[in-house]
Structures are given as structure tokens and as C-alpha cells.
Design a protein around this ligand. Structure first.
Ligand code: 13P
Ligand code: SF4
Length: 321
């Protein structure tokens, strides 16, 4: 007999109270909470590990918890489950998908590979388990360049599903890659015109950008890097002000690490100034608490699919050790 969710009424509980209950449940369940930098501060404050996609995949691989609670988007929790088939993996909201990952349907990608049989497929971790299973190596924005540089010259490469990251990597590594045309709606929303306007408004600020942004934006940035690399850069740079062209959730940690510096979210357009990942923001403290109380939504992956998808993830972890 399965137990129905108890769904306690949390409407009267403050964020602080919910956070205290989450911390207590963590002990009770021997759970680890992994949260992406794009989640809300209320989530980051209770997480055991806050990181970018690579750091979170590594944390999912190396932990002694019985339960992994993943506050991020679906492909991240799915990756954690693939790395830990025997553990209970929960998400605060299983509807928190990644539109970039969903922009690469399995059958179309299979046909793309079949049309280029001599090419190896390196795919961004922002992809479904089915796409990972069709790939040779997974990568994140933190290790993609390092991985591509290990591929012998002359070996053709398929890269997917992010066209902007693919174009940036092709240029950085001097490789002519076959790139899948997907994109992240959050990063792709930034335009050159509004970026130039922001730079003119804040002449002392450095523009820093994630490689999921379009080339017309990246070409004006003084630094381009993954979420973690951007964070590290803001600590090291002597500048005191930055225009941040990525998901603004990272600004919470940037401010914590560099209290004297100012961080301006890059404008999407004058009417809608920031470009926010709606899926990441589905992770609220209330949903996180209920997921831990109810032990659901649970993330499951078909074992045969998981075994195939594990290979490129394991290859990535080996190549970026
Ligand atoms: P990283 O965490 O690898 O920088 O990727 C950014 C992102 O869009 C995550 O969904
Ligand atoms: Fe996907 Fe973009 Fe959101 Fe990251 S920021 S989860 S790539 S939609």
C-alpha cells in the first residue's frame, strides 16, 4: 500500500520557519540539498552545496547521503539519479524543466548523428537522458573548452544543444563543429543594443557574460565564462562594478563574496530589465519542504537508459578531473 502525500498546510509558516524545518528534515532523512546558483536566496541558504552544473554533478557523484534533494532543473536531478541509481532523488517541483534541454528531440538528434557518422558527439549537460545516451561525452560550460581541446585535430565534432555556447567554443578552440541550433531563452534574450546602452549608463562597470549569450553580446564582454568562472572573476578583478549578463540569481553569491562591489543585472529590454529563468524559480522553500515531507516528487530514470546515459557523464568527469 502506498502512502498518500500528507501535504501539511504551510500557508502560515514564514520562510525562516520553513528553513528551520528543512534543516531538521535533512538530519532525519540523511539528505543532502544541492542547489544551483540560479535558485532563490531562500533555497541557497539551506543548501549543503550551491554550485554551477559541474560542481553539482560532482557533488551528486561524491556524497554519503541516502537522499539527494535537487533544487535546480530536471536534467540536473536526472543526472544525479543516473549517478546514484540506488538513492532517492527528489526535486521541489518536477515541472522545473529546462527549455534548452527540451529543444533537442531524441529522434532528430539520432538522425543528425546518423547523417554525420564520423563525428563524435559532445553534448552539454543541459540535455535529456535520451540525448546523453546518444552522445560520447557530456560537458558543462565550465569544462567544455578543456574537453574539446583533448579531442584530436581532424576529428569531427557534433556539439549540442546550445548554439551560442557551441559557436563560442568553436571560435575559442579553432574547431569547425556541427552545432545543434538550440538556445537558452534566458541568455539568448540579451541583445547588443541594450548591452551597449547599459555600458553607456554605467561607464565604470565591466561587462561579464555567460557563453550561452549571443556572440553580439559576448564580443563586448571583458570576461566570458561559466557561472562559476564569472563568480570567481568578480572576486579577482580589481573592478568594483559589473554588468552581469547571465541569470541574475548568481548575483546573490557575488554580493556575499564581494560585499563592497556592485552588480547590475544585464538588461533584457527597457520594459523587462532582467532575464530570469522561470523554471529555476519554481524551487521555493515551501515546495522544498513539502518534497522532503512527502518524499516526492521522486526522480526516476529507466535503468537501461540510465546505464547508457552514464557513459558520457562518467567520461566528462574523467576528462575534467
Ligand atoms: P552553468 O551552471 O554550467 O554555468 O550553466 C548555466 C545554466 O544555464 C544552467 O542551467
Ligand atoms: Fe535551462 Fe537556461 Fe534555465 Fe539554465 S537558465 S535551466 S539553460 S532555461
Amino acid at each position: 500500500m502506498t502512502t498518500a502525500p500528507v501535504t501539511p498546510d504551510i500557508s502560515q509558516l514564514s520562510t525562516r520557519e520553513l528553513q528551520a524545518r528543512v534543516r531538521a528534515l535533512k538530519q532525519e532523512l540523511n539528505a543532502v540539498i544541492l542547489a544551483h546558483y540560479y535558485t532563490l536566496p531562500e533555497i541557497q541558504q539551506v543548501a549543503d552545496v550551491v554550485g554551477d552544473s559541474l560542481a553539482l554533478a560532482r557533488a551528486a557523484q561524491k556524497n554519503t547521503a541516502d537522499v539527494i534533494v535537487f533544487a535546480g532543473v530536471y536534467f540536473m536531478a536526472e543526472t544525479a539519479k543516473i549517478l546514484n541509481p540506488g538513492k532517492l532523488v527528489l526535486m521541489p517541483d518536477a515541472d522545473a524543466g529546462c527549455p534548452l534541454a527540451d529543444s533537442c528531440p531524441e529522434e532528430e538528434f539520432r538522425a543528425f548523428r546518423a547523417a554525420n557518422p564520423d563525428a563524435i558527439a559532445i553534448t552539454y549537460i543541459n540535455s535529456t537522458a535520451e540525448i546523453k545516451a546518444l552522445s560520447d561525452i557530456t560537458c558543462t560550460s565550465s569544462n567544455a573548452e578543456h574537453i574539446i581541446r583533448q579531442i584530436p585535430e581532424g576529428q569531427r565534432i557534433i556539439f549540442g544543444p546550445d548554439r551560442n555556447l557551441g559557436a563560442w567554443l568553436a571560435k575559442r578552440c579553432g574547431r569547425d563543429m556541427l552545432i545543434w541550433p538550440g538556445y537558452c531563452y534566458v541568455h539568448d534574450a540579451f541583445s547588443e543594443a541594450f548591452m551597449l546602452q547599459a555600458m553607456a549608463m554605467h561607464p565604470g562597470a565591466e561587462l561579464i557574460a555567460h557563453p550561452e549569450c549571443r556572440e553580439e553580446v559576448l564580443r563586448h564582454a571583458s570576461f566570458v565564462g561559466s557561472t562559476q568562472a564569472l563568480l570567481d572573476y568578480t572576486q579577482k578583478s580589481p573592478s568594483t562594478s559589473f554588468i552581469v549578463a547571465t541569470e541574475p540569481g548568481i548575483i546573490y553569491e557575488m554580493e556575499l563574496r564581494s560585499p563592497g562591489k556592485s552588480f547590475i543585472p544585464a538588461p533584457k529590454d527597457p520594459a523587462n530589465p532582467r532575464s530570469v529563468c522561470r523554471q529555476m524559480k519554481l524551487n521555493t522553500i515551501g515546495r522544498l519542504y513539502l518534497a522532503m515531507v512527502n518524499r516526492q516528487p521522486e526522480i526516476t530514470v529507466d535503468p537501461v537508459l540510465a546505464e547508457a546515459a552514464l557513459k558520457p557523464i562518467a567520461r566528462m568527469l574523467e576528462m575534467s578531473a
